[in-house]
Structure formats: C-alpha cells, structure tokens
Design a binder for this molecule. Structure first.
Ligand SMILES: [Zn+2]
Length: 115
C-alpha cells in the first residue's frame, strides 16, 4: 500500500443507537437524490474493484444496524493523495438498501480520483 499521513474512516457506526461512543448512527437523508446516490455507489464500486485497494477481513460478521442482517466481514483500504480511506464491506448496503446519507467529502475525493 502507498504511504499515508492521515486516515479517514467512512461508514463505521455505533453498535446501538444509544451507545456512548464517538461514532455516528446511520441516518437517512430524504433530500438525497437518486442521481447522486447512484453516482456515489458507482464510484464506490470502482474504488472497491481498484487494484490499489486492499481488503482485510475482521474476525467476524458485521450486522446491519438498521435491519439486523449479516452485512460484510471485512473492510476496504485505499490511499488517495496521502490519506488512507477505510470503509466496511457492508457500507454500500446502507446507501443502496436503506438510502442512508452519503459521505460528501469522500464523494468529492472519489469523483476526482475516477473522473
Ligand atoms: Zn440493513
């Protein structure tokens, strides 16, 4: 993997909505258009299939916080411009199936990378 000087994590949630940890809870954005949502998923797909992206397995399955299904067993890691971006396998499920809000900073980075 390329060298990196900082890290940026996307799509890591609390285990429970009232858990007292410094992580967000997946939230639905009713303003998010399908056009942007589909474009974000397309870019995420390119990032996940990129040969420079690493994939690491966890010790067990992650569970979807919203529908409780088994949702991914690892995470993706990609270095872009000296920043290590990490996101879980199951991240796309929140965007695709639950229409959760996207990460706008990551969206801009992916647009620049894959345009
Ligand atoms: Zn779900």
């Amino acid at each position: 993997m390329d060298d990196f000087t900082s890290e940026y994590s996307i799509g890591y949630w609390k285990q429970f909505k009232d858990e007292d940890v410094d992580l967000p809870w997946p939230t639905i954005n009713p303003e998010l258009t399908d056009e942007i949502r589909m474009d974000y998923l397309r870019l995420l797909d390119l990032a996940e299939k990129d040969k420079a992206t690493a994939h690491e397995n966890y010790r067990g399955w992650s569970m979807c916080r919203l529908c409780r299904k088994a949702n991914g067993i690892g995470e993706f890691e990609m270095v872009i411009d000296g920043v290590l971006y990490t996101w879980p396998d199951g991240y796309r499920h929140y965007i695709e199936d639950h229409k959760c809000d996207i990460d706008y900073k990551f969206y801009e980075v992916l647009k620049k990378k894959f345009s």
